[in-house]
Design a protein around this ligand. Structure first.
Ligand code: GAP
Length: 457
């Protein structure tokens, strides 16, 4: 299947089956915003739970937080986001198309088979490439651009009701700062020893102007990340880098993503964020091309040092052995959850003779099983099926009931949303207390005793 087709099919499946809806749709939509529907929210929660279990619950030295979205504006000044968290944009003077200068150049070079990453390069340099390559507007084909200009990605808002006493605040552009400003609180309450991590998951907001590719690039998105603090005199940052690279890959592969679709890409000096000494991205082959899924950055002591300077609060760690006080360094694995969502759908989508099957990993699928009474007008069968349904619900299994249409249609409907198992209750069930268990991927059916069903699932 052509990549563009695949992307389009995923978008339409998401809308049709209640995974993702365009934001504010009844008012004509709001660009680059999306709402997760009843099935989308189940998948999203399963992804987040899996992440939290893998990186937080199962590790003794990673502590969780859930910090406020609104923070003092001083946080963003100290962290360098008010000055350095920018996108460079150009406007077409002919058709008013606004586009990221880096994306414009990269797409143009890719078509000419001389692709290179130019993200993060100085504005002057981007301007020069657009000029020398005479890059036309992809919307109208003309070559008549404004000069490239920097736009800050932080969303501004105001605190206070009366305009006279309103004060400026920002929606958080990354969730990491919540972890840095609570570093001392975690030290004081949990008494952790280096190396240790502070993790959280929540929404981040960025005033992205460029085209989003569905939920890949949006104005607000779910992010999960942790700051892994260490003593640079005792631990080698390169070794830690390698360790976390392995763990990041292990997690996404545990959700069914094959290694061959993943690749690491080192950031160039120009491209790296203002806080990072080294950044490497884990890229995935999306329907629209190979793009960043996760990032791993060596933020050194940049953030804690700046917060300590600006807040005048001592954010140093005291070595329990020597009593030496110092600011730890930090390595940050970061995971865009929206992108994981899209990756899992891209990987799972398959077609077989007009049938759509979402081969989602069984642990992550919105519903683990669907329960059907073979005939909806036979009260004994419906009653028995309801009991099986209640039994699975009671065991904490995410299960759905369906008694519409014929059995074949019900199977297709469940395949399309990735339900791994369908359980059908029929006449034989009333005689021998067995049900038909049908597997999504093999379509094989077997008779299973009701008492063994839970174990089987
Ligand atoms: N604290 C580090 C940080 O925020 P980042 O590379 O700017 O790093 C982290 O963003 C991750 O968030 C990315 O790897 C990507 O998966 C995701 N991401 C970034 N911008 C996004 C957007 N506009 N929409 C959806 N996901 C985004």
């Amino acid at each position: 299947m052509e990549s563009a087709d695949l992307q389009q099919k995923i978008v339409s499946l998401c809308k049709r089956r209640g995974f993702v809806f365009p934001g504010s749709e009844i008012y004509g939509g709001l660009a680059n915003t999306y709402d997760f529907g009843p099935l989308g929210v189940l998948l999203l929660r399963n992804i987040i739970d899996s992440w939290w279990n893998f990186f937080v619950t199962s590790r003794q030295n990673i502590y969780g937080l859930d910090t406020a979205i609104l923070m003092s504006p001083k946080v963003w000044e100290a962290a360098g986001h008010t000055s350095s968290f920018n996108d460079v944009l150009v406007d077409c003077k002919e058709c008013k198309n606004r586009i990221g200068a880096d994306k414009l150049i990269e797409a143009f070079l890719k078509k000419k088979n001389k692709f290179e990453k130019v993200e993060g390069r100085p504005v002057k340099e981007l301007e020069k490439i657009i000029e020398t390559e005479k890059i036309p507007c992809p919307a109208c084909g003309k070559f008549n651009w404004t000069k490239p200009r920097k736009f800050n990605l932080l969303f501004e808002t105001n605190i206070g009701i009366l305009s006279t006493d309103q004060s400026l605040a920002y929606l958080r552009g990354e969730i990491a700062q919540g972890m840095f400003v609570n570093f001392k609180n975690v030290l004081d309450t949990m008494r952790p020893k280096l190396p240790f991590g502070i993790a959280q998951q929540g929404k981040a907001f960025r005033n992205e102007i460029t085209k989003g590719n569905f939920i890949f690039r949006v104005l607000e998105f779910s992010l999960a990340e942790f700051e892994y603090f260490f003593d640079p005199k005792k631990d080698n940052s390169e070794d830690l880098f390698e360790y976390w690279q392995g763990e990041m890959k292990k997690w996404i592969m545990s959700l069914g993503i094959p290694e061959k679709k993943l690749s690491w890409r080192e950031h160039t000096d120009d491209e790296r964020s203002h806080y990072s000494k080294r950044t490497i991205d884990l890229d995935y082959e999306f329907g629209f091309g190979k793009e960043e899924l996760f990032g791993l950055a060596y933020r050194t002591d940049f953030d804690l040092k700046n917060h300590m300077e600006k807040s005048k609060i001592d954010l140093r760690y005291t070595d329990p052995g020597t009593g030496e006080k110092f600011i730890p360094h930090v390595i940050e694995p970061t995971f865009g959850i929206n992108r994981v969502f899209l990756t899992l759908l891209t990987e799972a989508y398959s077609e077989n003779n007009e049938r759509f099957i979402l081969k989602l990993h069984k642990d992550i699928a919105p519903y683990k099983a669907a329960v059907f009474p073979l005939l909806r007008n036979k009260p004994e069968i419906v009653k028995e099926a309801k009991e099986v349904y209640q039994m699975l619900l009671g065991a904490g299994i995410s299960v759905v009931w369906d008694d519409r249409g014929n059995i074949g249609k019900r199977y297709y409907a469940q395949d399309e949303i990735g339900t791994p198992y369908c359980v059908t209750i029929d006449h034989d069930t009333l005689e021998d207390r067995t049900v038909t268990l049908r597997d999504r991927d093999t379509t094989k059916q077997e008779r299973v005793k009701i008492e063994n069903l839970l174990k089987k699932l």
